[in-house]
Every structure is written in C-alpha cells, then in structure tokens.
Write a protein that binds this ligand. Structure first.
Ligand SMILES: NC(=O)c1ccc[n+]([C@@H]2O[C@H](COP(=O)([O-])OP(=O)(O)OC[C@H]3O[C@@H](n4cnc5c(N)ncnc54)[C@H](OP(=O)(O)O)[C@@H]3O)[C@@H](O)[C@H]2O)c1
Length: 359
C-alpha cells in the first residue's frame, strides 16, 4: 500500500471511529473485578512520533490481577486504564512517522492502557504482525511470548539435550516457554494444577502437581543430577528449592512473586527480597547463575536497544507460530465492555489459555 492510498482509506475509517468514540476500561482503585468502570470519550489524535491504534485484541495478564489488588510493584496511581499489551490496526500516524504504517496490523507492549478501543503508542514501540496471524492469536504472544523467549534464549541460553523445570507450565508464559523449549530440543518438567496434566503430557512435558507438594523430591527423581534451568514466577520460600534443583552450570530465572498476590503490606518488599537473594546466589562462587528477569529492564537507559531487542524477539515468536513450533490457546474472547467478567474468569483458576478482550 502506498502512503497516499493508506491515508485516503484511513480518513474514511477515522470518521467512523470518531463517530463510535473512545471506549476504555478504568481501574478506579483497589476493587473486585465488578468495580471496573467503562469510560467514553473522544478518540485521541496521534502526536509527533506516535501512532493511533484501533484495538483488535487485548488480554488479561497476571499483572492486572495484581494491579486491582494494588500489588504490582510499579503500577501507576489509581485511577488508570489497565491492559498490558494489545494488537490492532494503525489508524493514523503522527508527525515524523512513516505514513505507510497506516493500515498495518501491529502489536505493542504497553504495561497499562491496552484496555481501550483506541490506544496511542510511540511508533518505535510497535511490532508488525505478519499476515496470516489473527489479532487474538497474536495478542496471546505479546507479553507472554517476549517473556518466554527472552528468558529461554537470552537468560538461560538453553541448548538441545538439556532438561529444564518450568513452574506454572499450563499458564500464559509457561505454556509458551514449554513449546519454545521443545522447539530448541530441550526436555521439560512442568509444575501445574492437575487440570493441565493431560495437555502437558500430550506435549511431551512431565507434569508435577504443585498443589500436592513434594515438587523438589519428584524433580530429583526425574533428574538426579539436577536440571539445567528453572523458571520460577512463584517466589516466596519455594525459590530456595528452585535454586537447589540446579545442576552445576545451571541457571535460575526468577521472574515473579505470584505467591504474594493476595498478601497485604508493601508491594515492593517481596520483589526486593527476591532480588537480594538472586543477586547473592549469582555472586557466590558456585558454578550456577541466578537472574531476576524483568521484561522492562534496559528501557530507561538504552531505549533504542531495548526496542530493537523486543522487536527481534517478538518477530521470532511470531515466526515460531507460523512454523507451527508453537500453538496458542485462547480460553475465551469477550467484548471490552465485559472486562470485569474477563478478569473474573482469568482469576477463576478454571481455564486454560488466555482470556482475550475484543472491541
Ligand atoms: N518479570 C517479568 O517481566 C514478567 C513478565 C510477564 C509475566 N511475569 C509473571 O509471570 C507470571 C505468569 O504470568 P501469566 O500471565 O502467565 O499468568 P497465568 O496465565 O495466570 O499463569 C500463572 C500460572 O501460575 C500457576 N501457579 C500459581 N501458583 C503456582 C505455584 N505455587 N507453583 C507453580 N505454579 C503456580 C498457575 O497454575 P495452575 O493454573 O496450574 O494452577 C497458573 O497457570 C506472573 O507471576 C507474572 O507476574 C513476569
């Protein structure tokens, strides 16, 4: 599409969208999902360097479950529009942005603001979605795919023939991690609730029910010399087992504190405690490495490098989907205005796959 055609088509679409107006979901404070509010307004205009995206799919991530409890370590002050990532079509481009971007389907990682019919994003932060990948499919891979890819290939740097332990192997990040690991020739032991076990076995994962305890003992039975990497989003006291299960040369990748979601008190303290532990383990001479993975690391100091890496990695994940190395699971698609039901469903612990919000 040339720029002129793009802009002509765009102006027609824009008129329509402005007639519809902006719809966004607001998190007003610490509330139950039913406390989310719907707000209507005018569709914003793209400023210099920005694109206006018409959202086609956004999703419920673990972060929103923490944010509605005030438990995400650097969430903005209430009220705000949640929504960690989104996929949509570029409706308008601001000054200094290549006009040909209009009309293309893109993905964006935003941390907050995705639960809206129209979203402004810096053009440098969007990643093109290849033709043939649907918006909802692509959406399930933005935060989850980038996280899984970077932890596996940039932190643990796994190699074919290795064995890894993935906690929460049936979850959003975990399920992508498992498939990317298999594509790299790596064997996977995965913790999950029993309802995921059949699906995990079908994928070639050895499942362990974390709810019945004895995870460490079972992993030792399966991998007596230890595992080459552990991916732990749970934190809490169990992180010590994750560390001790490593074989010499192994890597612990800690990336969350899910076990403290329902706690009271400081939201930063559990993360700081974990960071301290991981840093110490990494620093001690023990032939093992330990990292805390943060998807936003490096953004403040080297924005262009951060963006280039994110674009490369998400593009790799989309390519893995196109090759059939990974498949996505969508638990439900609900309209944006039913965000409360979507959040309830995602928190119910009854679904497998991502709960996706559509316009
Ligand atoms: N650091 C970063 O940059 C970064 C980026 C993205 C995500 N994250 C973190 O990644 C985690 C997963 O996010 P998600 O969106 O994939 O969430 P999700 O889809 O809700 O999956 C989380 C999974 O965790 C499992 N789980 C809960 N307690 C567990 C335990 N004690 N042991 C093992 N598994 C347990 C649940 O398993 P069952 O369903 O089997 O019960 C659930 O499937 C969150 O903690 C999130 O904060 C971190």
């Amino acid at each position: 599409m040339n720029a002129k055609t793009g802009n002509q088509r765009l102006s027609a679409v824009e008129v329509d969208m402005n007639a519809e107006g902006l719809v966004e979901v607001v998190l007003p404070g610490k509330v139950e999902p039913e406390g989310l509010r719907i707000r209507h307004g005018d569709v914003p205009a793209a400023g210099p360097g920005q694109v206006l995206i018409r959202m086609e799919a956004t999703g419920v991530s673990f972060a929103e479950q923490q944010m509605r409890r005030g438990r995400y370590y650097d969430q903005p002050a209430f009220p705000f529009v949640p929504g960690y990532d989104l996929v949509g079509t570029v409706l308008a481009t601001g000054e200094g942005v290549e006009p040909a971007l209009a009309g293309t389907r893109v993905a964006a990682l935003v941390k907050v603001g995705g639960w809206a019919s129209h979203v402004l994003v810096d053009a440098a932060d969007v990643v093109p979605v290849p033709d043939g990948i649907g918006a909802a499919e692509a959406e399930t891979l933005v935060v989850n795919g980038i996280t899984a890819w970077q932890m596996l290939h940039r932190k643990a740097r796994v190699r074919a023939g290795q064995t890894i332990l993935v906690h929460g192997a049936g979850g959003g990040v975990g399920s992508v991690l498992v498939q990317l690991a298999h594509a790299a020739g790596v064997k996977v032991i995965g913790t999950a609730s029993a309802r995921h076990h059949d699906a995990l076995r079908d994928q070639g994962v050895t499942p362990i029910d974390y709810r019945t305890g004895h995870v460490a003992a079972r992993v030792r039975e399966l991998a007596s010399g230890g595992v080459d990497a552990v991916f732990d989003h749970v934190g809490g006291p169990g992180i010590v087992d994750s560390w001790r299960l490593l074989a010499p040369g192994g890597t612990l990748v800690s990336y969350g504190t899910a076990s403290t979601r329902d706690d009271e008190g400081s939201k930063q303290w559990p993360v700081l405690k974990l960071l301290g532990r991981v840093w110490l383990w990494h620093a001690l001479p023990n032939r093992r490495r330990a990292y805390f993975f943060n998807i936003w690391a490096g953004r403040a100091l080297a924005k262009n490098r951060f963006r280039a890496r994110l674009r490369t990695d998400l593009t790799q994940v989309f390519a893995a989907l196109q090759r059939g190395d990974i498949t996505v699971r969508i638990a439900a698609r609900l309209p944006l205005t039913r965000a409360a039901d979507a959040l309830r469903l995602a928190e119910s612990g009854t679904v497998a796959g991502k709960v996706v919000l559509i316009p």
